[in-house]
Design a protein around this ligand. Structure first.
Ligand SMILES: NC(=O)C1=CN([C@@H]2O[C@H](COP(=O)(O)OP(=O)(O)OC[C@H]3O[C@@H](n4cnc5c(N)ncnc54)[C@H](OP(=O)(O)O)[C@@H]3O)[C@@H](O)[C@H]2O)[C@@H](O)CC1
Ligand SMILES: Nc1ncnc2c1ncn2[C@@H]1O[C@H](COP(=O)(O)OP(=O)(O)O)[C@@H](O)[C@H]1O
Ligand SMILES: [K+]
Length: 519
């Protein structure tokens, strides 16, 4: 495995984290030592959050999450903090390391009841939520459920251990009611639920702490889920060499729609150019040519005239990436054109109308994608299946049209299954965009501001991905870098942005990435 494994932004599912734990214990570090370190880091975070003399209320559950809470209580008490411990279950139910941590705590404690909680909340400056972490498999009920409501009403800040109780760490889904934390301390690596909504919103600031699990364990675990951060794709980020010319930087072809919908594809084309594609050409209906031409400067425009217009537009060997869909129309002509584009075997982004038009015949789309992926490969050559060349960029509505049987409430799994079913890289857009490849890799994006929820913003994203594909970046990485640059551009353009602001805001993002790589 690569050096710098510690910089690869892996996310571990709770199961993979359990495996990391097992491997570490097997290699000689007892579970009780891991728990001692975990509880110690929680205590350190709590100390930063309460002023001296503040009271800390610690809610402990029946499993190892509760065990971390007992350790934190003992250490905070030792550091001179005033703590009280409320236990959700009968102490006789505690097992293993958690039972041992409870024994070692040697502090007074009470059962978690409405009375004890209300008394504790009356004086607490901070609540530590150590009720449930990775082991929660069903909705909170009984006193744990009541505690969520009482804490919300009291507005006392919550520090969550590993995950806010009530959250599914693998999916970010709320199993029912969930604790709302201002800060979450998690161990070794983040979990998907820290990035996927609504989980991310419940976590507050997520702090990852080292508890002595060595990166060697990752070789065995081979995680396939990542946070979408530059280290994931920086090695293939395109930077022109000194002797570059515009053709060596790629040539993107963006298909434009009719006169009344020219804006969407123009935004895409501009973004493709900003992503660094050396040339961008728009292929447009003849009747709309003058409108396109009047609004474009660095981008070339050519009319799609005559029966074989599409084939001629695609015949230039120097074309290295295509985009079809934004503003293209949902009629049957669109699906015919998409199939023709894919038949050329070029790296292609399908967005918006190019997705919707296959609602009634998704198999036709998936066959065309498979033909695109295999085009250019000799039969029996190389790996099977072939690497994906196509990127689909659906928002949730478009996703449901193409994949009606998949459950979009579990966005990570749904995107993975969609990638596998279609043979394309799937970008399931939203506040927590998921990028999934047919080979099982998936990245979750975390830098997009809500200001990106504006008309035309998705067209810019499709153009960025096309621009990276045109520079020969592999499809998964092109999609991931497009999504990340889109998020950064959104933050730079900032509050009040409109889609037209985004392509220009991409320039400092690219300059920053290049500077970081050089430095
Ligand atoms: N992995 C690591 O490297 C490290 C992990 N560490 C820590 O361990 C934590 C994971 O511990 P865990 O596996 O014991 O699970 P946890 O979340 O405490 O709960 C399980 C208990 O809850 C119960 N239960 C479940 N749902 C319920 C419900 N709705 N209502 C009521 N009960 C419910 C379930 O029992 P059941 O009733 O299902 O038999 C079981 O007793 C992890 O988050 C981290 O904090 C650290 O110490 C450092 C190293
Ligand atoms: N709440 C949000 N926070 C961050 N990004 C968002 C949010 N809502 C939408 N986005 C992003 O904005 C873009 C919207 O794309 P899309 O829905 O296709 O819009 P349009 O079709 O108008 O261009 C996507 O990249 C999506 O990830
Ligand atoms: K917790």
């Amino acid at each position: 495995m690569q050096a710098n494994m510690d910089r690869i932004p892996y996310l571990l599912t709770p199961e993979e984290m359990g495996r990391a734990d097992e491997l570490t214990i097997y290699a000689g570090t007892p579970g009780s030592v891991l728990m001692e370190r975990a509880g110690g880091k929680v205590a350190a975070a709590a100390q930063q959050m309460v002023p001296d003399g503040g009271h800390i209320l610690i809610l402990c559950g029946p499993g190892n999450n509760g065990g971390d809470g007992f350790v934190a209580a003992r250490q905070l008490d030792g550091a001179g903090f005033d703590v009280s411990v409320l236990l959700l279950c009968d102490p006789a139910r505690l097992k293993g390391d958690a039972a041992q941590a409870f024994q070692n705590m040697q502090l007074p404690w009470s059962q978690l009841t409405e009375e004890s909680l209300s008394l504790g909340l009356g004086k607490a400056g901070l609540v530590i939520d150590a009720l449930f972490g990775a082991g929660l498999d069903r909705a909170l009920e009984g006193m744990a459920l009541k505690a969520v409501k009482m804490l919300r009403a009291s507005k006392t800040p919550v520090l969550a251990v590993d995950l806010p109780s009530g959250l599914n760490g693998a999916t970010g889904a709320a199993l029912g009611a969930v604790f709302e934390a201002v800060r979450t301390v998690t161990f070794y690596r983040r979990k998907p639920g820290h990035l996927l909504e609504p989980g991310r919103s419940y976590c507050g600031i997520v702090e990852v702490v080292d508890i002595g699990i060595r990166d060697d364990v990752l070789k065995d675990i081979n995680p396939k889920t990542f946070a979408n951060e530059p280290f994931l794709w920086a090695a293939v980020f395109p930077v022109p060499g000194r002797r570059a010319h515009k053709y060596s930087r790629g040539h993107a072809l963006v298909f434009g729609g009719q006169l009344q919908t020219t804006g969407a594809s123009r935004l895409s084309a501009m973004a493709a150019l900003r992503a660094g594609s050396g040339l961008v050409t728009m292929a447009v209906p003849p009747g709309a040519l003058s409108t396109y031409a009047a609004h474009l400067t660095a981008i070339m425009v050519r009319p799609l005239k005559g029966e074989d217009a599409l084939a001629r537009a695609l015949s230039d060997d120097r074309l290295s990436g295509c985009l079809i869909g934004p503003g293209y129309g949902t009629g049957s002509k669109t699906s015919v054109d998409v199939v023709s584009v894919l038949a050329q075997g070029r790296a292609t982004v399908l967005d918006a109308d190019a997705l919707t038009c296959f609602e009634a015949d998704t198999q036709r789309l998936f066959q065309a994608i498979s033909a695109c992926n295999t085009a250019g490969w000799a039969e029996n050559a190389g790996a099977t299946p072939k690497p994906a060349k196509v990127v689909l960029t659906p928002h949730e509505g478009e996703f449901k049209r193409l994949f009606p049987d998949l459950n979009v409430n579990n966005r990570l799994t749904a995107a993975r299954q969609a990638a596998q079913a279609s043979g394309a890289v799937v970008v399931l857009k939203g506040p927590d965009t998921v990028i999934a490849a047919p080979d099982g890799r998936a990245a979750i994006n975390g830098n997009a501001p809500p200001w990106l929820a504006t008309a035309g913003s998705g067209d810019v994203l499709a153009g960025l991905i096309t621009g990276f594909l045109a520079q020969s970046v592999p499809a998964f990485e092109a999609a991931a870098m497009g999504v990340w640059c889109h998020g950064e551009a959104g933050s730079i353009a900032g509050a009040g942005l409109i889609a037209e602001d985004l392509p220009a805001a991409v320039q400092p993002v690219i300059a920053g990435l290049v500077a970081e790589r050089a430095g």
